[in-house]
Design a protein around this ligand. Structure first.
Ligand code: DC
Length: 230
């Protein structure tokens, strides 16, 4: 009874994965792992090291730089989530910027980086009792996860949610910019050679264009309770 399981949530950018994951982690006292934040961290390092501005942008030049960095994860009891520290600096807010968002898809295409981050996620989740969101979790990182959810929503609703989010953080962006960025990220996510975003056959699909968070949770909680009894 109440065995610990892995809940994998994949889906499009700004489709509400983290909102759902956080609510599930709170209800079932599961740890929440936001795998996108790992890719964002690497993108932030690349920006700070001006990798994208140089002609030298290639993996051979970038990977050794990563080895010099100290990355630490600390469970934040209050948010039930990991805080990421880069050389001692808490970068939780910085990795959410529009600047990072514009570059992160490029980082997510690099096989060596995906490989390292996949191992990191498997290590963090080895004791189960986690809810983890991303793009390749159900298909690749945790293919045996007990519950897989795939999330989508119209481009308009996702752009609007993201726009409001960035505004709240004080970022100067227009709705149109956000929409373009999301379309670009969707294309990069689904057309990537390695671990592209793809609904796995054994996942539950949620299209939340017209669904409230309560409606989504009511549905998902039933599935989780069922899975944990087995
Ligand atoms: O979920 P997010 O928007 O924070 O993800 C940031 C980027 O990282 C996004 O462009 C896709 C990529 N990503 C990925 O390729 N694989 C994952 N498991 C999670 C995120």
């Amino acid at each position: 009874m109440n065995q610990k399981i892995i809940i994998a949530i994949d889906g499009y950018s700004s489709s509400g994965k983290s909102t759902l994951a956080k609510a599930i982690s709170k209800k079932f006292k599961y740890k929440y792992i936001d795998s996108g934040s790992l890719y964002r961290t690497i993108a932030l390092i690349a920006i700070r090291k001006k990798i994208f501005d140089s002609d030298l942008w290639n993996i051979r030049n970038f990977i050794p730089i990563l080895k010099e960095m100290s990355l630490k994860f600390k469970w934040n009891q209050k948010s039930n989530q990991i805080d990421i520290f880069l050389n001692g600096e808490n970068i939780q807010q910085k990795i959410r910027s529009e600047q990072v968002e514009n570059k992160v898809s490029l980082i997510a295409q690099i096989p060596e980086i995906r490989e390292k981050l996949t191992l990191m996620q498997r290590n963090i989740g080895k004791n189960k009792g986690i809810v983890i969101d991303g793009r390749d979790i159900g298909n690749y990182v945790f293919p045996k996860s007990e519950l897989k959810i795939f999330m989508k929503g119209s481009i308009e609703i996702r752009s609007y949610r993201r726009y409001l989010d960035l505004k709240k953080r004080g970022e100067e962006v227009s709705y149109e910019e956000v929409r373009k960025n999301l379309i670009h990220r969707d294309i990069m996510d689904i057309s990537r050679n390695i671990s592209p975003l793809k609904k796995s056959v054994d996942s539950i699909e949620i299209d939340n264009t017209f669904l409230s968070i309560e409606e989504q949770l009511n549905l998902i909680f039933k599935f989780i309770k069922n899975k944990r009894k087995k």
